[in-house]
Design a protein around this ligand. Sequence first.
Ligand SMILES: Cc1cc2nc3c(=O)[nH]c(=O)nc-3n(C[C@H](O)[C@H](O)[C@H](O)COP(=O)(O)OP(=O)(O)OC[C@H]3O[C@@H](n4cnc5c(N)ncnc54)[C@H](O)[C@@H]3O)c2cc1C
Length: 510
Amino acid sequence: MTGVRPTTARRAWWLREALASEAVTAPELVAASTAPPLRGTTTADVVVVGGGYTGLWAAYRITELEPGARVVLLEADLCGGGPSGRNGGFVSNWWDELPTLIERYGQDGALAVAEAMDAAVDEVGAWCAAHGVDAWFTKAGSISASAAPAQDGAWDEGIEACGSVGRGDRYVALTAAEVAARVSSPVLRGGVFMPGAATVQPALLARGLRRVLLERGVVIHEGTTATEIDGQRPGWFGAVAAGSRRAPARRPIGGLRPVRVRTGSGAGDGEVLAGAAVLGLNAWAAAWPWFGRRLVTWSSYIALTEPIPERLADLGWTGGEGLADGRFTLHYLRTTRDGRIAIGGGGGRAGFGGRIGPAFTDDARSAARAVAGLRRLFPSLSDVRIADSWGGPIDITADHLPWFGSVGDRPIHAGHGYSGNGVGPSLVGGRILAALAVERTDDLALALPIAGGAPPRAFPPEPARYAGARIVREAIVRRESAEERGERVGRLTRELSRLPGRLGYHLGLD
Ligand SMILES: Cc1cc2nc3c(=O)[nH]c(=O)nc-3n(C[C@H](O)[C@H](O)[C@H](O)COP(=O)(O)OP(=O)(O)OC[C@H]3O[C@@H](n4cnc5c(N)ncnc54)[C@H](O)[C@@H]3O)c2cc1C
């Protein structure tokens, strides 16, 4: 039982809280007049499509790099209405991704990227402090702990990789007793601690970014969907993705052949003619021909308990640490200021092509899986009421890492593919995209090897992608659930759960 059924009609609790606090502290910001839908034609030096963290951080960075630039941001819903306002709020770094980063960029490149992501966590906190945004930034670290013998040692490769680059202090092995000292659960075993991780109230961060952008003169049009970008239109199937290693041709911002973005909204059609475009589309990127084959969309659901501060004290979980188990279909949990637990994961579902429909927001069974995870990890909370639940789409790439680059030789720059881990990394991504958009080739962000690299490996075309993802997901969930019960699954399920890895994707089980 989820208590509250997730539905598109209800905003996530985080966003409801954030909008309610805006109504009290800054009523002018919720008034439609500050971010009206676009009507008619307008121009911009840079048009940003997507009002999640990627688009918001990119727009913010442009205001730093080119204070005089005219930036127009288009958001189909509200800024923060997508996953940026409904995620788990884990501001993670990438020390756990270090083995993949080393494989991709070598040791020096990997270390540079990991250090940048590590610094981004503090930068989120510093940005909030500097701009008076109380997004509950709490840097208490994050624990990943085994919740079954089959999950033991899941972090060994990462611990070894961090040690090999002299950063063993960022990814520290924990014994079962050390885990229990931070949070007491009868099923948690040993694991790893990431002292550099933090948590935020995600919607307060997104809405805080929106406020600061409005103060800086960025023109925001909410309720405005980009229906055509530079002649391309979205479609459910996507198409063979383009993407280029080449830097876009240099041209003045607002140059000779502008990027044309056509829009639709309740107010009618509109159009932006811009010198450059930044696309922060997250899972919606899967609908656009440039990117479609490079992404699998996936749903992720969160359930939120009623306030239980005294029960958290009983568990000894009062330090504000994030917590996750060792499943591939992982459960992630964190506490809130008023003493609730938010738990997500446990196995969402693959989406079809670029369609972001009700499966991402209205799937009670996926929300129930998150709740079941809570009950298993903390049986003593079996009587605790679930106060809310909600879901959203994530954008999975073949190697679980995002891509930040340009489309062909056009000044169109995109960042997506966070694979469910974009809260911290989107700050770095926004910087890369901003530097590309205003052609600051000397910007340090562009020196990172994740800037402008080759697009991620393609997945099979639809309908094979959807069918394959579904079959593999069923096998992974079945296997991980059986392993938690101390059971073994049959050979077919085992092989299917390993299939993505066998095909060269950094996904699935070993
Ligand atoms: C349930 C859940 C839990 C998560 N938990 C975590 C976590 O704890 N930690 C973490 O790091 N990550 C987490 N993530 C992932 C994280 O939320 C994302 O990686 C991050 O928010 C990505 O930001 P973004 O700006 O790229 O995308 P989004 O926030 O999705 O923003 C994209 C925006 O683009 C808009 N848009 C799409 N198409 C158009 C169009 N054609 N025209 C105009 N606007 C358009 C959308 O409405 C949306 O608002 C979670 C995700 C989900 C769904």
